[in-house]
Design a protein around this ligand. Sequence first.
Ligand code: 13P
Length: 251
Amino acid sequence: MRKKVIAGNWKMNMLPDATIKFIEELTPLVKDKDSEIILCVPYTDLFYALMNAQGTNIKIGAQNMHWEQSGAYTGEVSAQMLKSIGVEYVIIGHSERRQYFNETDETVNKKLKTAFSNELKPILCVGETLEQREVGRQDEVVKSQVKLDLEGLTDDQVSNLIIAYEPIWAIGTGKTATTEDANNMAETIRSEIADLYGKNVADKIIIQYGGSVKSSNSKELFETSDVDGALIGGASLKVDEFYNIIESVKE
Ligand code: 13P
């Protein structure tokens, strides 16, 4: 049985005070949970989050990183920098980065390789646009992203990857993919991984769904065969709501 992985993506929200308070409040609520619980916080909150999550079962992630180890890249943060302060996870290729910051499958692929070589665990985001879904191209688009993004990774690396299927039209819009659509795509991704890396790897890889996940739709989502958790934006900013989503995992 794959473990459920519940991750919050705070995006460009929350200041250090709010971060500390959030973790203090969440810690006792989730201390006995079996799910992997991750908070992907802004760079400026990382240190505070790490300090306050020490000794708890809350893991901390970043939301992006550069693919080079170091160098003249003003304003960028490297994998090595994240690792050096104790960050464990990093989101790679979020659709907002692809859409607003020109990230491509090629840069996503480089970032995944660098994340692994620095022992960070990547959460790779893939997903189609509304136009692509309306013409029925979603499977083709997502399979192509998976193939290009993972090119050159080892079986072992892919087994340790988290893939978040986030249909772009469902992010922050209140429109959630139906549970069936989310699970169908998780199955499609898993079978693409099986084709590329074998069934063993496909059985291990964690596939999350993301896009307007709330406590009112998470229970059903987590009961499906192939969705192993969620990457949560808006609903991860409030302790109660984030906790209710974690609580909806059947243990
Ligand atoms: P929302 O949950 O706010 O729709 O955001 C999803 C997301 O982009 C998580 O990475």
